[in-house]
Design a protein around this ligand. Sequence first.
Ligand SMILES: CC(C)(COP(=O)(O)OP(=O)(O)OC[C@H]1O[C@@H](n2cnc3c(N)ncnc32)[C@H](O)[C@@H]1OP(=O)(O)O)[C@@H](O)C(=O)NCCC(=O)NCCS
Length: 185
Amino acid sequence: MNELNIQIRESRKADLEDIMYVQSRAFGHDKEAQLTADLLQDNTAEPLLSLLAFDQQKVIGHILFTRVYINKVDKTQPLMHILAPLAVIPDYQNRGIGGVLIREGLNRLKRMGSELVFVLGHMEYYPKLGFIPDAKKIGYSAPFPIPDEFANAWMVQSLNPNRFTIEKGQVICAKTLNRPEHWRE
Ligand SMILES: CC(C)(COP(=O)(O)OP(=O)(O)OC[C@H]1O[C@@H](n2cnc3c(N)ncnc32)[C@H](O)[C@@H]1OP(=O)(O)O)[C@@H](O)C(=O)NCCC(=O)NCCS
């Protein structure tokens, strides 16, 4: 990774094509690219954080965090986010770029005042970046039921020193993400 000089910045409206390119290349299909485009337009996802990674001028990675609530949409609730999706183009995978994007994202979210970050993802990967498997056990259930064998894939990380003192319950995502098709694997 060190021989790469990765730059990270927030994405802008004009970056949509690059974002969709990275998402489609990483996943090998367009579903996550379309989801990302929809989330970027969804005002129930705000405040969101969308970061792009570059090697020189070349776009190589993208990560998106969008607003979530507990039990109901209530803007007085503490700021909380979900990470989805994360993408690194195939030639650049396994060189630490996903980790750099996640760490940078979490630092920026913390500065924004976000207190909890959820993810549904690879059980071997996200715990290395501070996520705790089986968020339901801590008291935060996913928007749609997760089969028992994947319970550890639903994870949470606290960004505040008080750790999991925020009201417990079911996570509610932005309208675009709070649909069952995004929760079946
Ligand atoms: C998953 C992904 C974002 C990781 O980014 P990356 O830059 O390759 O990751 P890093 O180099 O920071 O970390 C690599 C680690 O992730 C692990 N990893 C990568 N893909 C994985 C997968 N599908 N399942 C489990 N672990 C995986 C690697 O084994 C490696 O582990 P190590 O640190 O013990 O060597 C990237 O591989 C990707 O875009 N994949 C396709 C899209 C995808 O699956 N997105 C994530 C949705 S949750």
